[in-house]
Design a protein around this ligand. Structure first.
Ligand code: F6P
Length: 551
């Protein structure tokens, strides 16, 4: 693959003026009141027909408020938006992150050895593999006990310090792949600048056996740097010698200068590149804690899962392309039905942090209100993603999904095999998943409720109108490879939506203002003398009250 260093010209379009958009608007009026009950009755094959399989993942999208025509029109819309060229630009390493003038090459992180990926005239693939090889050597040293702490103890505890993409991916992957992890080691993750996070993560650990991985793309993020300094003090307090830092601290960053300023030997630094976005980095060196936990071979299986989904996304026709279908269906609800959120419901306890991980991936990527040309959009962009593992959610917020006034499209994720076969737990779990999708789609009619002998006054409360959409994503078993495929599925689905909305899914300017204002407020909170506050009256009053009560 080759790239130029020129920002690619994007195919200009005014989304709502496109013929396919206009036809979709008319189509929406025609089908908005169609019920899934009749769609399924009229077409007995619907459940099998409206499904797709790619990279070993099965997507059932039949329980959606769509017809064949909806999919054809959405695919047509993608075509009119020049989405095929956008996919090519992504894979060719063109600078599609236009506001930061950067290539977006997370796909290079999982490209197999030997594949060429040229950025600014340089093949980046050998560098990617060189870092992976160094990570593997280090991970094995730590896992085998060969890497010793300063006082000669083997490392038993690994703490990743990072935030956002430098935390959520590692935590999610560790939790997801715990089954494959080295059980005699402890892995923890500190992200919040609230000292409680650090305190609770370290209170029962021996500093002589603890390794910190300071993960920060920029190495300037205030939360991470504050926690990293606290970690250094905690280590020095126990080990007394500055030289101990080299045995207890490694870093993952793109900023060698700041890493060595902090006092970490750059020999103990694992690099990555500006073309890896924070929220797209769990398969880069940011995954070092994952690699130590599950071992290099499992990490490589995860990368091959990512790559398999990348290839499916790059090559499959849109009508059979899982990330494209997932993205287009989500856009259908967002822009035509006015849905505000998407619930992600993994029926797997190991995926308990998957919704939190997806929140950054989806919302930091697509929470934008201007197009690539800097013009305000006149349509909604990124919906709110949220969720909890099943079956817990069923006993909490599902009520609203079933009988509330809002339309909440859901993604159910399940596995045919369990990693913990205990009695009939897994069948029970999966029965619940299937039942929920069925209940949401078909509901329970007034006649059915009456036929159960329900008294008149109670009937309205017991009716489920149904017609509530869901996708079901089914895989064989949760393995490192499957996790890679699932994450890549969502990464590319986010890109699909962002490309159609014509926004930059790879920048995050929206986080800057808060950071800047916090910097201004810090000295006002810390100052020994009453500061002259120049904020609005609310912020001034809050700061004054805090100062008064803080001690
Ligand atoms: O919150 C903004 C952000 O820049 C995220 O995009 C990123 O993942 C996170 O901060 C952490 O950044 P860094 O890895 O540079 O510390």
């Amino acid at each position: 693959m080759t790239t130029t260093n020129v920002t690619p010209k994007t195919h200009f379009f005014a989304l709502k003026e496109l013929p396919a958009w206009k036809t979709l608007e008319e189509h929406y009026q025609k089908i908005r009141n169609l019920h899934m009950r009749s769609l399924f009755t009229e077409d007995p094959q619907r459940g099998e027909r409206l499904s797709a399989e790619g990279a070993g993942i099965y997507l059932d999208y039949s329980k959606n408020r769509i017809t064949d025509e909806t999919i054809q029109l959405l695919v047509k819309l993608a075509g009119e938006c020049g989405f095929r060229e956008r996919i090519d630009s992504l894979f060719l390493g063109k600078k599609i992150n236009v506001t930061e003038v950067r290539a977006v090459l997370h796909i290079a992180l999982r490209a197999p050895k030997g594949e060429k990926i040229i950025v600014d005239g340089l093949d980046v693939a050998p560098e990617v593999h060189a870092v992976l090889d160094r990570m593997a050597v280090f991970a094995e040293q730590v896992r085998s006990g060969q890497w010793r702490g300063y006082s000669g103890h083997p490392i038993r505890n690994v703490i990743n310090i990072g935030i956002g993409g430098s935390d959520l991916g590692p935590v999610m992957a560790y939790e997801a792949l715990k089954h494959y992890s080295k059980r005699d080691m402890t892995f923890r993750f500190v992200s919040n600048v609230d000292g409680t996070d650090f305190e609770e993560a370290t209170r029962d650990l021996n500093p002589e056996e603890t390794l910190f991985i300071i993960s920060s793309k920029t190495f300037t993020t205030i939360e991470t740097m504050t926690n990293a300094h606290t970690a250094r003090e905690w280590t020095l307090k126990a080990l007394h010698h500055k030289e101990s830092i080299a045995r207890h601290f490694v870093s993952v960053s793109t900023n060698a200068q700041e890493v060595s300023k902090f006092g970490i030997d750059t020999a103990n630094m694992f690099g990555f590149w500006d073309w890896v976005g924070g929220r797209y980095s769990m398969d880069s060196a940011i995954g070092l804690s994952t690699m130590i936990a599950i071992g290099p071979d499992n990490f490589h299986s995860m990368l091959s899962g990512f790559h398999e989904m990348d290839e499916h996304f790059r090559t499959a026709p849109f009508e059979k392309n899982l990330p494209v279908l997932l993205g287009l269906i989500s856009l259908w609800y967002n822009n035509f039905f006015g849905a505000q959120t998407v619930a992600v419901l993994p029926y797997n306890q190991y995926l308990k942090r998957f919704p939190a991980y997806l929140q950054q991936l989806t919302m930091e990527s697509n929470g934008k209100h201007v197009t690539l040309d800097g013009v305000n959009v006149d349509y909604d962009t990124g919906p709110v993603y949220w969720g909890e593992p099943g079956t817990n959610g069923q006993h909490s917020f599902y009520q609203l999904i079933h009988q509330g006034t809002r339309l909440i499209p859901c993604d159910f994720i399940g596995f045919c095999q369990t990693l913990n076969p205990i009695g009939s737990h897994h069948d029970l779990l999966m029965a619940n998943l299937f039942a929920q999708t069925e209940a949401l789609a078909f509901g329970k009619t007034e006649d059915e409720v009456r036929a159960e002998g329900t008294p008149d006054w109670l009937v309205p409360h017991r009716v489920f109108e149904g017609n509530r959409p869901s996708n079901t994503i089914l895989a064989e078993r949760l393995t490192p490879e499957t996790l890679g495929k699932l994450v890549a599925l969502y990464e590319h689905s986010v890109f699909t939506q962002g490309a159609i909305w014509r926004i930059d899914s790879f920048d995050q300017w929206g986080v800057e203002l808060g950071k800047m204002l916090a910097k201004r407020i810090i000295p006002e909170l810390e100052s020994g003398t009453e500061p002259q506050l120049k904020h609005d009256s609310s912020t001034n009053a809050l700061i004054r009250r805090y100062r008064r009560l803080k001690s």
